[in-house]
Write a protein that binds this ligand. Sequence first.
Ligand SMILES: CCCCCC/C=C/C(=O)SCCNC(=O)CCNC(=O)[C@H](O)C(C)(C)COP(=O)(O)OP(=O)(O)OC[C@H]1O[C@@H](n2cnc3c(N)ncnc32)[C@H](O)[C@@H]1OP(=O)(O)O
Length: 375
Amino acid sequence: MAGAVGRVVRRCYPNALRRLLPCLYRVYTGEFLDITLCSTVKAKSNPQDHARATEGPCNTPKPGVFDLINKAKWDAWNALGSLPKETARQNYVDLVSGLSSSSDSSSQVKPEADRKQSGYETLVVTSEDGITKIMMNRPAKKNAMTMRMYEEIMLALKAASKDDSAITVLTGNGDYYSSGNDLTNFTDIPSGGVEEKAKNSAILLRDFVDCFIDFPKPLIAVVNGPAVGISVTILGLFEVVYASDRATFHTPFSHLGQSPEGCSSYTFPKIMGPAKAAEMLIFGKKLTAAEACAQGLVTEVFPDSTFQKEVWTRLKAYSKLPPNAMRISKQMIRNREKEKLHAVNAEESSTLQERWLSDECMNAIMNFLTRKAKL
Ligand SMILES: CCCCCC/C=C/C(=O)SCCNC(=O)CCNC(=O)[C@H](O)C(C)(C)COP(=O)(O)OP(=O)(O)OC[C@H]1O[C@@H](n2cnc3c(N)ncnc32)[C@H](O)[C@@H]1OP(=O)(O)O
């Protein structure tokens, strides 16, 4: 496989790639590298430096998929790879010093005044008025979803499922809701090569979508701007989707050599009928908010100028409804579908694992990374 891809790369991108992406070039041409730079950058301010500093490279079995907290810790520890112990120790000391000074200052704040949950790097999570709001927070990158963001959304959902809020909201900071999967995710190749990368990504994708399938409380998407890829497909697993009239809905999987995920191969035909679903999922037709609403993917569209005000007023009213009644009603609507959704998720994830290794997919990603293509 690596040989075939290498031939395509050598033929199509002989100079640009050598100049722009030396790491990627070596990986795709078969000279697999341990890209320690990526691990080192990630290791900065990472609590797992503690484990790395005291115990050395990751040496314990990977926790199960539902053990989210330990799995996140394990992934972070494992990602540090061969970072020198001394560097890991120093990073850990820096992190802990930073934490203790910030906790000193937060003790000055009245407890009820600050409901913001810290510790997230890619999200802002707040809990107020019976609503937990999970906001994707990489506005300069159009809220593209990094591996870390997937992990953090899973942790935030897990926490929201147990907190005292009645409803949970996912939204984006800035002009985009989300541009979908961060395409640079594919450049951080482990020592096992692209096959291992594809396998790990498929596991993460499956875990991520499972969290939405199993989420027990009403889940609301506040789509503040354009939405692409996986940020669109998972909308079929939300109870309610409110959109600004600036939002668009785009699933360009064929353009990227990929295939649908987020259970959309099942939920979209159910929601909008097979013909409309095919236009989106096979041909990558981009829908306006009004079109998405007409097809049942979006609940209601609001003018952008009044979007936030109108939506949050509505949500605050909903959040005062009896929470147990809302959970039970959600279960009744969703539960008979759950088994099917988990099976669809497993199948979509394993199909994508193969797609990511295809020349079609690798070429599309490299075209984006070398600035030859945008959606
Ligand atoms: C565990 C793995 C699970 C994978 C699940 C499978 C998921 C599949 C998908 O989600 S498929 C969809 C993937 N997304 C894309 O292909 C979008 C790519 N981005 C674009 O085409 C454009 O950036 C845009 C149309 C979204 C916005 O264009 P524009 O308004 O001109 O802005 P910029 O392009 O200048 O973007 C600003 C800044 O953000 C970076 N960026 C935006 N989106 C992504 C992205 N998806 N991945 C990586 N980087 C992204 C862009 O490069 C710019 O960065 P810069 O300022 O140049 O450093």
